[in-house]
Design a protein around this ligand. Structure first.
Ligand code: G3I
Length: 468
């Protein structure tokens, strides 16, 4: 609803018809359904998308902002911007701990000056990754490097980014439905995606957190199913995820016939869906129109971003896949998109703001038994048994905090890290899977000084546990 109000505020007063005002009033009153034809057709992509509460965006290259043809189209047509390369790791942290936000800042400043919102692209991706990261072989080092990158970049842009592509292209092509090989996958294992999303939520709780990938538009593809299974698992365990980005780099046939089904099925998991990098070889009007309609027919399809402005700006310029030709003239597909954005079958996006996800119905939480097995001057050993009383999990994270300055020094059957009083224990390869009612144990040695009270605030994958 906020988006609709914002969209209306940015429209020139002259364009705010009585019908649009009535629409805004109806929406404010909670009557969210658009009546076909009730809003006057707008004459630009962004304004037309805003009439149903959606956005229409484009990828932008900082180096082109000074080109007046480019920036005139950008500011006239688009109300969402994704930096094409400037927020990628090789630009933002070219060497460890040394951050370069200059090029992306230029784009963010432009967006702020022109009332455009921003998508952040991308925090964790195996490409455009500097060699100092891809060469890391030690899990603790890589985890801390990844978490620090996410936190530092998100902190810099806190409050300025509508949605982040937290993890990009982590699934393999072909029929496996599994994660692709990457330094993150190979060194940290399956849990790296969850780790990235949890870290991102802590860094900027107001940004939507997306998983973004290509070739996940066809419902029957194994890759689509692999991503769907991950999102379903994340939602069932309370791992923070708000949206899935469908890149939508299509061949000349346009989207697969099942595209709308795919969008609806993901949306039914409780996430927004977004078309994040749309381009179509030869830019057929029917193909563009069908793509836009698939989004318009899904209430949680929040918006569409095309991957560049003019054909000459495209990463696949030989395919002429965009909405403007090399001279900046509107192509036939432009009109098809404008008309599809205003098509009758529109339902406005209704996604709630991101919040701490609630456990699924019937989630019974967990039970923890914490026992100090031995204690000596300055040191102690403890065993922890955790019982999953909720839905089955394929990996787990148990957190707690110490009340008297204790420090974990060594652990077994779990990977344990500590920051201040807060301890995080993660499952290892062989004990991550816990069906409902199943238990597993791990142990650790620690140091203490003055007192060694048992902690009590355990949480399993973010859900509070009873303990004793
Ligand atoms: O900036 C350097 C320049 O200094 C150098 O002279 C030149 C020589 O090749 O390269 C320039 O960097 C290029 C960069 O784009 C900026 O233009 C890289 O070589 C080139 O590889 C890079 O391509 C980008 C590509 O991602 C990299 O994987 C494309 O612009 C960008 O459109 C594309 O975007 C990706 C999304 O991020 C993720 N999904 C797929 C999509 C298309 O591949």
């Amino acid at each position: 609803m906020k988006r609709l109000i914002r969209g209306d505020r940015r429209r020139p007063l002259a364009a705010a018809s009585a019908a649009a005002a009535a629409l805004a009033a109806a929406t404010l009153a909670g009557m969210a359904m658009l009546v076909p034809g009730s809003a006057q057709a707008a004459s630009t992509l962004g304004a037309q998308a805003a009439q149903s509460g959606r956005y229409f965006g484009t990828a932008v290259a900082a180096g082109k902002l000074g080109n007046s043809t480019y920036s005139t189209i950008l500011d006239r047509e688009f109300n969402m911007i994704t930096p094409e390369n400037e927020m990628k790791w090789d630009t933002t942290e070219p060497s460890r701990g040394s951050f370069n936000f200059g090029p992306a800042d230029q784009i963010v400043s432009h967006a702020q000056a022109h009332g455009q919102r921003m998508r952040g692209h991308t925090l964790v991706w195996y490409q455009q990754l500097p060699g100092w990261v891809s060469g890391i072989g030690d899990a603790n080092t890589l985890r801390s490097v990844m978490d620090n990158h996410i936190t530092s970049v998100m902190n810099h842009y806190k409050g300025k980014i509508y949605a982040w592509d937290v993890v990009n292209e982590a699934f393999a092509d072909g029929g496996s439905g599994q994660h692709r090989s990457s330094v993150f996958q190979n060194v940290l294992g399956n849990g790296f995606i969850e780790e990235a999303f949890r870290t991102a939520r802590s860094a900027d709780p107001s940004a939507k957190l997306c998983y973004n990938d290509y070739n996940i538009e066809n419902w029957s593809d194994a890759k689509t199913q692999g991503v769907y299974t991950m999102v379903r698992d994340f939602k069932s365990r309370g791992v923070p995820i708000d949206c899935v980005g469908f890149q939508s780099h299509f061949g000349s046939n346009g989207p697969p016939a099942s595209f709308q089904t795919t969008l609806s099925n993901f949306a039914a998991l409780g996430v927004d869906v977004q078309l994040t990098e749309l381009d179509i070889a030869q830019a057929g009007s029917t193909q563009y129109g069908n793509t836009v309609k698939a989004c318009m027919n899904v209430s949680r399809c929040a918006g569409i971003t095309v991957w560049g402005i003019r054909d000459s700006d495209s990463w696949r310029s030989g395919d002429n896949p965009l909405l403007f030709d090399g001279n900046g003239n509107k192509k036939a597909a432009y009109s098809a998109v404008l008309s599809a954005l205003g098509s009758g079958a529109t339902v406005p996006p209704d996604s709630p703001p991101p919040s701490t996800p609630t456990p699924p119905p019937g989630n019974g939480g967990c039970r923890v038994t914490y026992a100090v097995s031995s204690q000596w001057q300055g040191g102690f050993g403890a065993n922890v048994t955790v019982t999953n009383l909720g839905s089955p999990v394929s990996s787990w994270t148990l957190t707690w905090s110490f009340g008297a300055g204790q420090q974990v020094t060594q652990a077994w059957n779990a990977t344990v890290s500590q920051s201040g009083a807060n301890v995080t224990a993660r499952s290892v390869d062989y004990n991550g899977s816990l069906s409902t009612g199943a238990s597993t144990s791990f142990g650790f040695n620690g140091s203490w000084n003055g007192g060694n009270p048992a902690p009590s605030n355990f949480a399993l994958n973010g859900t509070a546990c009873s303990s004793g």
